[in-house]
Design a protein around this ligand. Structure first.
Ligand code: NDP
Length: 449
């Protein structure tokens, strides 16, 4: 394990001690701290004012019971969470995740990452995350609706367009956001569009929000390529997952001239040497809510591998877009051996620390989720702007704004790494330092609160 700056070491020990058993949260904090040594040297006032210790402690953590009745008439009980981590830059903002693996440690890692990601967008949003251990898989429409209604019946009292504005994440798409917004509206008797983002277009959503995380991921990679005088034309790309982020990453790669040859779900992966037929994936995953293996029923020349690692598939560019810690050291070594030049995280923290070290040592460009996938939350902030002005922008205009934001985030990472004389891991260090500095200076200005 690499050494931290001594002043950060003590704070990290405290984080471990006060948050026992939350491995993902520890990992996310360590990754940021690894970059902050030069900042502590340059700005000792941040440590003196305990900005870093304060940053590691969420402003508010809500845990609540979500009771609901299934189709068989049985009472089910899930646990709901909202971690309102930091509001120095604006109202709490961050998605809701419905997945059986959800517990407080996952909520806190995601909320912590969100603080820096949101700062990088340059938009006025704080960091938060929430969700539940509810598993929507195999549940009927009516069950999902009843669950969402019960979840919102508790959460609504903590939300508001100036307080806390959730969006989607794993297991929470436009269907769930619709039910959540409906229940919020019913309970509060307020048509408060700005209280949730990722809404359907018919009731206050923004064009491009659905595509934003995947498109933004590819815009970011395009900037990396451009900085090397290269582009996507002819590049062989592997994208893990086949959910919201993965699907629209694949779409944008194809639009820019690259070829995605593999994608996955939690059961296995498919390889299609002719390039993934995205309309078919959309039909299977979005329309039919089926499994990725169904792809080979239609495309006979494609191959399905149950289990296994999608990172064994040779590629130039790897885009992990499924979940945390899905790329370990062995996967990283496979990617390095196969000649990958860029690994960019569409998902949050999909690469383990060992994988990141392997990429850095091998000279593979590694770009972290908090910079790469920030296009989703940035477009959520654009949705809030449209709601506030009761306006609705065109697809082209919104996509151009997204593209510009991703370009700026790329530039910020590069310039920040340059300012601090860092050369090895410019996207990771640049993103952590730039995001941190923005939040830290705001926290210092706001006093001890
Ligand atoms: P979706 O629920 O739409 O899709 C998730 C995909 O990842 C599915 O294909 C799913 O497969 C797969 N997956 C989920 N959990 C696991 C697991 N434990 N092991 C293997 N595969 C898994 O989620 P999103 O596309 O919205 O989110 C994907 C990632 O992107 C997450 O890390 C999320 O935090 C991040 N992100 C999302 C944003 C957004 O706007 N939606 C914004 C920024 C980041 P299966 O169907 O089999 O579960």
């Amino acid at each position: 394990m690499p050494q931290l700056h001594p002043r950060l070491e003590a704070i990290f020990d405290e984080v471990i001690h006060t948050n026992p058993g939350e491995a993902e949260f520890h990992q996310a904090v360590f990754e940021v701290f690894e970059s902050l040594g030069p900042v502590v040297e340059k700005h000792p006032e941040y440590v003196d004012a305990e900005i870093i210790r304060r940053l590691c402690e969420p402003e508010r953590q809500l845990i609540f019971r979500v009771p609901w009745v299934d189709d068989a008439g049985r009472v089910q009980v899930n646990r709901g969470f909202r971690v309102e981590f930091n509001s120095a830059l604006g109202p709490y903002k961050g998605g809701l995740r419905f997945h059986p693996s959800v517990y407080l440690g996952i909520m806190k890692f995601l909320g912590f990452e969100q603080i820096f990601k949101n700062a990088l967008t340059s938009l006025p949003i704080g960091g938060a995350k929430g969700g539940s251990d509810f598993d929507p898989k195999g549940r009927s429409e009516a069950e999902v609706m009843r669950f969402c209604q019960s979840f919102m019946t508790e959460l609504y009292r903590h939300l508001g367009e100036y307080t806390d504005v959730p969006a989607g994440d794993i297991g929470v798409g436009s269907r769930e956001i619709g039910y959540l917004f409906g229940q919020y509206k019913r309970i509060t008797n307020r048509y408060e569009s700005g209280v949730l983002t990722g809404k359907g277009y018919a009731y206050g959503g923004s064009l491009v929000r659905t595509e934003a995380t995947g498109y933004g991921t590819v815009f970011f990679v395009n900037e990396i390529l451009r900085s090397k005088g290269d582009d996507f034309a002819g590049k062989r790309v592997v994208v893990s997952g086949s959910g919201n982020v993965a699907i629209f990453a694949i779409e944008k790669v194809h639009q820019l001239g690259g070829k995605v040859v593999a994608c996955s779900d939690s059961s296995g992966y498919i390889v299609d040497e002719n390039g993934i037929d995205l309309e078919l994936v959309k039909d299977i995953k979005l329309e039919k809510r089926g499994r990725i293996k169904d792809y080979v029923d239609t495309v006979k020349s494609a191959k399905y591998v149950a289990g296994g690692s999608i990172w064994d598939v040779q590629c130039d560019i790897a885009l992990p877009c499924a979940t945390q810690n899905e790329v370990d050291e062995a996967d990283a070594n496979s990617l390095i051996k196969s000649g990958a030049i860029i690994v960019a995280e569409g998902a949050n923290m999909p690469c383990t620390p060992e994988a990141i070290r392997a990429f850095t040592q091998a000279g593979v460009v590694y770009a972290p989720g908090k910079a790469v996938n920030a296009g989703g939350v940035a477009t959520s902030a654009l949705e809030m702007q449209q709601n506030a002005s009761r306006d609705s922008w065109s697809f082209e205009y919104t996509e151009a704004r997204l593209s510009e934001i991703m370009k700026n985030i790329h530039e910020t990472c590069v310039e920040t790494a340059d300012e601090y004389g860092l050369k090895d891991n410019i996207y990771s260090d640049g993103a952590n330092i730039a995001g941190f500095n923005k939040v830290a200076s705001a926290m210092l200005a706001l006093g001890v609160i």
